[in-house]
Design a protein around this ligand. Structure first.
Ligand code: ASN
Ligand code: ZN
Ligand code: CA
Length: 335
């Protein structure tokens, strides 16, 4: 490439954003050389297994900011690229982590995958994030929290390596939700302000409701609020519930609260009152637990131990933070 550029992206979910781009000859590429070389590709609903075609543009202004059913539309690519660059910046600024493997090398993203495909996923094999266009090909699954969720699967895979089934699978999913939320708050984007909901922008249920709720996971109709001996039998997107709930309680505390216009009311299993320590500290504790203490087979009891070890290392074993971690786990029935 010839030059490092900053483009303008008109996203579907996050308003107008700056994008890291490159200039090759007289053509701009959706290629972010400043963040490990992340590229965004168009799968254009083709079924071939390749990455797809790198998005290019003549004037470095990308997308329209509106939903489109076109398989070549740039708007979904803008959201995916913005999600990848913001998640990169979050890990760098918050933890000093240089990309998924902490080696300065980016994954890539591909959009317009499948036809009316209602999912997004991370793959270790391609080292990439993939996004479908959603119902009627007009609701791409490219919102910021979803992109951060998928990229975080890469981080988990390259750190604790939590097995994607049973309780460790629930913890793997919760890790993606926790950092998905953290990235959304980090971005402080007025079109998509931070919340403790997952997927509130993509209208996956067709009624405006989010995919998941961290303050009270059972609000989705399937997730568990509290640990029980049968939790391991649930799908990992539902056994994530108690860990998401732990993260909310540790950050914000129990009871009613309104943040950025969204109202929450987080219950506890034992009727206790939990006082939060703030999201910034909760995120540091979860990251240290993930990268220093959890392993592929960590279960919920092990997550309690790992986060207590992390809180002890970061803040001391007699700290308010350490006690809050214990109280928040007890409140989701992990004693
Ligand atoms: N969107 C899902 C996830 O990230 C994809 C899947 O279940 N494989 O967990
Ligand atoms: Zn996931
Ligand atoms: Ca969200």
């Amino acid at each position: 490439y010839q030059g490092i550029e900053t483009g303008t992206g008109k996203s579907l979910y996050s308003g107008t954003v700056s994008l890291g781009t490159a200039l090759s000859g007289s053509t701009y590429q959706l290629y972010d050389t400043t963040r490990g070389g992340h590229k965004t590709y168009n799968k254009a609903r083709s079924t071939t297994s390749s990455a797809g075609t790198l998005f290019t543009d003549a004037d470095d202004t990308w997308g329209t900011g509106a939903a489109s059913s076109s398989s070549t539309d740039q708007t979904a690519a803008v959201d995916a690229a913005y999600g990848a660059q913001t998640t990169w910046d979050f890990y760098k600024n918050t933890f000093g982590r240089n990309g998924i493997k902490n080696n300065g090398v980016a994954a890539y993203s591909r959009v317009h995958y499948g036809n009316a495909y209602v999912n997004a996923f991370w793959s270790d094999t391609c080292f990439c994030m993939t996004y479908g266009d959603g119902e009627a090909n007009t609701n791409p699954l490219t919102s910021l929290d979803v992109a951060a969720h998928e990229m975080t699967h890469g981080v988990t895979s390259n750190t604790a390596g939590l097995n994607y089934s049973g309780e460790s699978g629930g913890l793997n999913e919760a890790t993606s939700d926790i950092f998905g939320t953290a990235v959304e708050f980090f971005a402080a984007n007025s079109s998509d302000p931070g919340d403790y909901l997952i997927g509130e922008k993509i209208d996956i249920n067709g009624d405006g409701s989010p995919l998941r709720y961290q303050d009270k996971p059972s609000k989705d109709g399937s997730s568990a609020d509290y640990w029980s001996s049968t939790l391991k039998n649930l799908d990992v997107h539902y056994s994530s519930g108690p860990a998401n709930h732990f993260f909310y309680l540790l950050s914000e505390g129990s009871g009613a609260k309104t943040i950025n216009g969204v109202s929450y009311n987080s219950p506890t299993s034992n009727g206790s009152t939990v006082t939060g320590i703030g999201r910034a500290k909760a995120v540091q504790i979860w990251y240290k637990a993930l990268t220093s203490y959890m392993t592929s087979t960590t279960n919920y009891a092990g997550a309690r131990t790992a986060t207590l070890s992390a809180a002890s290392a970061l803040y001391g074993s007699t700290s308010t933070e350490y006690k809050a971690v214990a109280a928040a786990w007890t409140a989701v029935n992990v004693a």
